[in-house]
Design a protein around this ligand. Structure first.
Ligand SMILES: *Cc1c(COP(=O)(O)O)cnc(C)c1O
Length: 368
């Protein structure tokens, strides 16, 4: 059969490998009670207020959503102290990444990003025939090397992607070194600061990103409802940027990109500070529990400010992953990030963390 040829840049895209779904593991291995500590979701579930809002909106689902997300922008603008016109809402923050490259990246344009980091930056560049250029994080704590990032920028560079806390390492940038970096960053380069885990950060040296929207042009700060707000299944995230950038991004955005259920739930979730506080608390405890438990087994956790940790287990993580699956625990292997001897574990409830630690210990003994 003949067909038009696929755009050649699409052939360089590596398919996204999602965390294994619970149902799939239960089906394939005949298990029940599988737990997922693989995709940085919130083990407490959605905010109870969000659940209530969704129930109340069920019977309005025959009506198209508000394409402008008016009420969600209102509550976010108030919370973040920005204008509603400085916000773009996306079908997950993933969508905003591709909206961004569709608006600004021409074939041959380049983007600088760190390695390892979130795979969607590379994807967003590749779909536009742009070139990702990676600069490795340095040292056992995976620190940013801002001189190397600046050194990787050339006349074709359109975007710099900064992820902090970074996925999969959990590490952060600090204000002083970041300010110095921004001063030296060429003005025509768009700076994307992905802060999907911002709500978990406790280090006062971490910049919020929003501080720079006044000071630095062009910049876009990315946040999501998928992590602390526990709404990953609904797909809703947002970007904050100067008004001119938002109006250019809106040229690419589909008219009804954020569904009505997601809008209703997100509005309620923003206002549920109890749920956010409980979620933070759970992560603080989980971090301690896993760091101590893993230290007893002889492993060092990369210091993180997120809801997950990245751990060097000194052995190929893939057989360990498979053995943990058979015990009903899903984690992520580091090979997808170029670190096959690492695992990434999302902090769970105290019980889930204990179950992981016990299973991990058994698995290490079995695999020896
Ligand atoms: C999880 C995650 C996101 C969120 O993606 P959504 O599309 O909003 O679910 C964005 N950036 C990073 C770094 C993430 O880890």
């Amino acid at each position: 059969m003949s067909k038009p040829e696929i755009r050649s840049c699409l052939m360089s895209i590596k398919p996204y490998l999602p965390g294994k779904p619970i149902e799939e593991v239960e089906r394939e291995l005949g298990l029940t009670d599988v737990i997922k500590m693989a995709s940085n979701e919130n083990p407490l579930g959605p905010s109870p207020r969000a659940i209530k809002a969704m129930r109340e909106n069920l019977e309005k689902m025959h009506i198209y959503p508000d394409g402008n997300c008016f009420y969600l922008k209102q509550v976010l603008a108030e919370k973040l102290k920005v204008l509603p016109e400085q916000l773009i809402i996306g079908n997950g923050s993933d969508e905003i990444l591709s909206i961004l490259t569709q608006a600004y990246v021409k074939p041959g344009d380049e983007a600088v990003m760190i390695a390892p980091t979130f795979s969607e930056y590379e994807f967003a560049m590749r779909i536009m025939d742009g070139m990702p250029c990676s600069v490795p994080l340095v040292g056992e704590d995976f620190s940013y090397d801002f001189d190397a990032i600046l050194g990787a920028i050339n006349e074709n560079t359109k975007v710099v992607f900064i992820c902090s806390p970074n996925n999969p390492t959990g590490t952060i940038i600090r204000k002083k070194e970041f300010d110095h970096f921004i001063e030296r960053l060429p003005e025509k380069v768009l700076l994307l600061m992905d802060q999907a885990y911002q709500e978990y950060v406790t280090d006062p040296e971490h910049p919020t990103g929003l501080d720079y929207i006044e000071k630095r042009y062009p910049i876009i700060v990315l946040r999501t409802f998928s992590k602390i707000y526990g709404l990953a299944g609904l797909r809703v995230g947002y970007g904050v940027a100067p008004v001119e950038i938002i109006s250019e991004l809106n040229r690419v955005r589909e008219p009804f990109n954020v569904n009505a259920m997601a809008q209703a739930a997100a509005i309620a979730a923003v206002e549920d500070s109890d749920h956010v506080e409980h979620s933070r608390d759970l992560v603080r405890k989980g971090r301690k529990q896993l760091a101590e438990g893993l230290a007893e087994l002889g492993f060092r956790v990369v210091p993180d400010e997120a809801n997950f940790c990245f751990v060097d287990i000194n052995t190929d993580s893939r057989p360990i992953f498979q053995a943990l699956l058979r015990k009903g625990i899903i984690i992520r292997t580091g090979d997808i990030f170029g670190f096959p001897n690492y695992i990434r574990i999302t902090y769970g409830t105290a019980e889930q963390n204990s179950r992981f630690l016990a299973a991990f210990k058994e698995v290490l003994e079995e695999c020896q």
